[in-house]
Design a protein around this ligand. Sequence first.
Ligand SMILES: [Zn+2]
Length: 212
Amino acid sequence: MRWLFVFFLALTGVPAWCEGIVEVLARSQQQRLEASPEADPQAPASRTIRRTFDTLLRRAGPLPPVELRVVSGAALAETLHGRVIVVNQSLADLTEGERLFILAHELGHVMLGHWPQMTGVYQAWVPGEVLRPQTDAVAPQLGREASAMAHRHELEADTFGLRALRELGHSPRDAVSAFMAMGVRSDSATHPGTRKRLASLRAAEAALTGAE
Ligand SMILES: [Zn+2]
């Protein structure tokens, strides 16, 4: 059960005086955003990534507010505040299709409204001021529900990425090689392991092929 609690703390951090859960979550996301220095937007890697992102946006249709930030830091790609897609400049080293899949996955999180859904779960379990004794009491249940939702969101974002690959004329194999480039991982609190994600992708690919 410990990892659920760790998951809860990782997302919320330590609350300041008299804060609601939405403020705590927003502050925690802001800290993550500020943790990675932004890369030079004119650097070749940044331009390569932005070009792929623009290709994606042109095909995406009406968009909610979304921003791309290329950074030099640890995470390869993540979405913060539900609208800021943060990617490592090393994304430029991947093939166009791999990069497209990873960016489309993140855009999927934005377009499918995953962050507001996740915030809603936290609000339901922590409705008032964030006080440590109360949050400790609900952390296991909250952690379980948030983790299950996070896993579902990852698979939905993968399917979104797969659709984008197909629409832009790339092979679904690019999604598989993107996973291989990231390295095989087991389940975490926030992400299903690589094996589950590949199985889900295969099912999504079969469904999309069958629908044609
Ligand atoms: Zn994701």
